[in-house]
Write a protein of this length. Sequence first.
Length: 453
Amino acid sequence: MDLKIARQQLDYLSSIIELEKIFRAAETPEHASFLMLNESTKLIKYKQAFFWRIKKANDVIIENVSGTDSFDIRSPYIDFIIRFAKNVVSSNQDDNIKCFCISDLVSPDDKDAWLEWGIGELLYCPLTGPDKKAGGGIFFIRSEPWLDAEREIASIITSSFYYAWLAHFSCHKSFFIGFFESVSEKKSRKYLIAVFFLLMIFPIRLSSVGSLEIKSKNPYIITAPVEAVVKEFFVVPNQEVEKGGLLFKFDDIKIRNEYEVVSKALNVAKAELKSSTQKGFIDEPSRAMAQILESRVDLKQAELNYLSEKLSMIKIKAPIDGVVIFSDQYDWLGKPVSIGEKIMEVAAPSNVEAEIMLPVQDAINVDNGSEIKVFLNIEPQKPLKASLKHAGYEAETTPSGIVAFRLKGDFEAGQKIPRIGLRGSAKIYGKRVPFFYYILRKPLSYIRQLTGL
């Protein structure tokens, strides 16, 4: 008989140890409470169990209910359990394990609810943490009275569970949840309000973001000196060239034919002038005609010189050392151009600037010298520093259809010079303003536009 009792006690001990392992292996506080309420039936028999926690003074919340993974906090049954737990807390009965029955109730409504839900006998197990302060409790409900041995076992497993649950809760609870709970417990909301107002008036730099493109500073613009058709390119976009290097040339057939015609006409005019001059010694009309032919020779000579100058402009050469900037050679080949039409640029690759298009709705007050941070699309993790040198006063429409102001900035020395043509975004900083103005600036602007105030 003694051996049977010892074996039974050993089985209970093994089950308790196994439950403790299960509690510690739980992944979350919710998982631990679910295991507590549903796995404890291996040691004690009950119809239903509730795990509740004291959130703050005289305020109780139900964390979990046995037999289900979800419950309605507004149900009458749950509402009664919450009221009963509050009575336990308010009557200072939350220190020791205790059994309750219908005779312990005072309110007739509570007695009716007790009978309606068939509670019978309720075993209350307080959950006490390291600070010896009750943080909540577990209700075990069944119809039969509770034995002393069952009460001891319930006390052991609930205590083990609560320590495991506290460990899980401290790991999963965020800093903000802990902070607000401590504020509520200490009734120190005024400090939270003070921190909020201090945050709202904290000065922060106003800033805005616009699209950016790296452009050459003071480029040499190559325009068409004659009306002709582009025949051939000797360079490709972004190619480095030296001063005097050949860039492209025009088709010279028309100009060269005109040159040949005028050249022959000039020779004819000279021959006629020579013949008329010789006849002028004996013929008065011929002497008068010589003056007219001399003017015609001068006119043809001037036309020839003009065409000769145009022929010298057929081949376009680089005026400086630098990089050629244009879209694509096939966009120009065979295309007739007019005088003054821009074809390409030649720019020094080390002389660049940041051109920013700042949308009108995001515009802020900035001054020359304002700080700019440049984020290139190819290296957004390595921002470059620049300073504002010019801000346009007139908005213009960008190719994407956005109305924006044009801003230009110079890069600070000692940085890697970005390549011409790179794109990205730029953040430009203005004056310091209170934080509440920083976050409410756009909403206030929208409301004023909407209401007209």
